[in-house]
Design a protein. Structure first.
Lengths: 337, 328
């Protein structure tokens, strides 16, 4: 009899006291977190719209429905910390404080983008802000996190590296090598598994024979927590605890945030592997609406946040569209330092 | 000048860079108390401590990733892959991450690290511990590939590689570790991307890499007795490749032989031949350009079979003789 995950029953493995967390954050920061979630939603919806209108050259991986993971996790980090994230990474990048104009410009392949249009949706980075980049290879950032952790330890800077990857990456060999190395050396890394239920079309119920991905932590002798990834405060609490542990030299933690991808894997996904009903059920658990309700906002108040986010994204599109294309004469630049 | 071995030259380069630069550290399998499978790091853990000479679990992707992550955040790691064959387990990190990070991020990041690894056959280690995979990396923009053939070059190239701001694949050779040669005690650098005319001659140009440079030198002695003067060029850095001395040499000699240990098909020799025939040297050729390389087989275990799997001195002599005598 196998123990398979039941995504519909997400029980936090650590206590989440919403009132206390809200009091600690303060209302201003809580509202700012909501605003960031709205910004991510607006960015992704605009990306989808631009794509549908044939204005995007490449592909994209939308994180609509997963905004609580990006915002909850990044708010738990401190100035100077590092971020490594994955291909579905617009949300983490925005929540890290990135400039929405430069992100949109990169998405549209413009010279003014974060990566001068060379990276695109899957490779947005801002090394100056210690955002070490999204990664097009599933699990590709995991071994890199070991080096970031070692470097922090050797430089004695008390930074922490937040490493975000998906449920799919947890089945890569790199996951094993990285978590083991981070554990034996007590590296200051938070491993955040953003379990959105599907590795492209492969559901976690078929890809794992354990109840929770966080159970794998015991194989590395580190703590493992699972939280409701559609509850921004639950993600915040778990990542904050993991970051504190990492910063105090006690080593890494594996945090699993269970969430759901509302859209297909990428642009070409017909979603034959799941039902519309399943998607609808998860849309009832909309992380933005849940947080707005917890904050006691009215429909009108939430609509105002959404409108402000959409305004910023429209301005970003205008910036990107007015930006120059990379000059072909620069095509060879940036291969070598 | 003082003479030390190739492996001692590597150890000295590591020790001198570590003493000079606190951001340099070593990471790999059995490089601490054990001293590295071939002794390259012997004594360094006693000198620099466990924090800077880091023994890892058997995790080659992890070693490569550790180098990348540390390099991205201000360090200059030097990783060791115990046998070059095992770098196949690091390929994703090296090819898809290290080589591409700078370009993908619009030239706004740098990844300065060196990954050392011994390649080559001749030790009876058979098919999974004897490969010469350097051309896999030569094919990847963003990586640099260095292949020293003498103790002097090993030290000077390794110091330059550690100081380089790019990922450098540093390919050593098991059979070279014990050869001795003159090496200055102080630090010095051999710039990456500089070919070296190892021996001058007028009758043919031999372009050789790694252990084949030593074999070509021995072959040249025998050829000299027959009145054939071979010019030998060691590219030393395969990527970026300094082809100018090679082209100039072929314009002088009119004949070219490329020698490497890796299998011929898809090997580095093809690139050298292409550079020659694409250049002005083409008009000076008096014979077809020839390649002498490993047979198209995995390295066999049996001593005799292993010997015959890759070019030896007598093969170079014979091939050079045929080329000069107009057999082709």
């Amino acid at each position: 009899m196998s123990m398979q995950p039941n995504p519909m029953q997400i029980e936090n493995t650590l206590p989440v006291n919403h009132e206390q967390l809200l009091a600690e954050l303060g209302r201003d920061q809580a509202l700012d977190m909501l605003a960031t979630m709205c910004l991510i939603r607006a960015f992704e919806e605009k990306a989808e719209d631009l794509f549908a209108r044939g204005m995007v050259h490449g592909t994209m991986h939308l994180s609509i429905g997963q905004e609580a993971v990006a915002v909850g996790a990044t708010r738990a980090m401190q100035q100077g910390d590092y971020l490594l994230n994955h291909h579905r990474g617009h949300g983490h990048c925005l929540a890290w404080g990135s400039d929405v104009n430069l992100m949109m410009a990169e998405f549209l392949g413009k010279e003014t983008g974060y990566c001068r249009g060379r990276g695109g949706s899957m490779h947005i980075a801002n090394v100056e802000a210690n955002n070490l980049g999204a990664n097009g290879i599933v699990g590709g950032g995991l071994p890199i996190s070991v080096g970031v952790g070692l470097s922090i330890k050797m430089r004695r800077t008390r930074q922490v590296c937040l490493t975000v990857f998906g449920d799919g990456a947890a089945n890569e060999g790199a996951f094993h090598e990285a978590l083991n190395m981070a554990s034996i050396w007590d590296l200051p890394v938070v491993y955040l598994c953003e379990n959105n239920q599907y590795a492209m079309s492969m559901p976690v119920t078929k890809a794992f024979n354990i109840e929770r991905i966080s159970q794998r932590a015991c194989a590395y002798g580190i703590p493992g927590e699972t939280v409701d990834g559609n509850d921004v405060l639950a993600v915040y609490a778990a990542v904050r605890q993991a970051a504190e542990r990492a910063r105090s030299g006690q080593g890494p933690t594996l945090v699993e945030a269970v969430t759901y991808r509302w859209r297909g894997h990428s642009k070409s996904d017909r979603q034959a592997y799941r039902t519309r009903e399943e998607v609808k059920v998860w849309q009832q658990r909309d992380p933005i609406r849940r947080f707005a309700a917890l904050l006691g906002l009215s429909e009108e108040e939430l609509a105002a946040y959404t409108a402000e986010a959409q305004r910023k994204v429209e301005a970003a599109v205008a910036f990107a569209q007015a930006s120059p294309e990379p000059d072909v004469s620069t095509i060879l630049e940036g291969v070598y330092a | 000048m003082r003479e030390i071995t190739y492996v001692e030259a590597i150890r000295e380069a590591l020790a001198q860079k570590m003493a000079e630069d606190p951001t340099v550290f070593l990471i790999g399998e059995d490089i601490g108390i054990y001293g590295g499978a071939f002794g390259a790091t012997a004594g360094l853990i006693q000198q620099f401590g466990e924090e800077r000479v880091i023994d890892t679990p058997i995790s080659e992707a992890g070693i490569a990733g550790a180098c990348i992550g540390a390099a991205l955040t201000g360090m200059r790691p030097v990783g060791e892959i115990q046998f070059m064959d095992f770098v196949t387990l690091s390929m994703e990190q090296l090819v898809l991450q290290a080589a591409k990070i700078r370009f993908m991020f619009g030239g706004k990041a740098k990844v300065p690290f060196v990954l050392r690894m011994p390649g080559g056959s001749g030790t009876g280690a058979a098919a999974q511990h004897s490969e010469s995979l350097e051309n896999w990396f030569v094919h990847v923009p963003g990586l640099k590939v260095v292949m020293p053939s003498t103790p002097y070059d090993a030290k000077g190239l390794l110091i330059a590689a550690i100081e380089d701001d790019n990922p450098v694949i540093f390919v050593e050779h098991k059979l070279l570790y014990k050869i001795k040669g003159p090496v200055p005690e102080e630090m010095y650098r051999i710039p990456l991307g500089q070919s070296h005319v190892v021996r001058e001659g007028k009758d043919l140009t031999i372009v050789a890499t790694s252990v084949m440079v030593q074999r070509a030198l021995q072959a040249a002695e025998q050829l000299q007795a027959e009145g054939i003067e071979a010019e030998i060029i060691d590219p030393r850095t395969l990527r970026p490749l300094d082809d100018e001395p090679i082209i100039r040499s072929v314009m002088k000699t009119g004949r070219a032989l490329v020698v490497h240990e890796a299998v011929k098909m898809g090997g580095f020799g093809g690139e050298i031949v292409a550079r020659i025939v694409e250049s002005e040297a083409f008009d000076y050729l008096e014979a077809p350009v020839r390649r002498l390389a490993g047979l198209d087989i995995p390295i066999p275990y049996n001593r005799t079979l292993e010997y015959h799997a890759v070019p030896q001195v007598e093969n170079i002599v014979e091939e050079a003789r045929k080329l000069v005598k107009g057999a082709y």
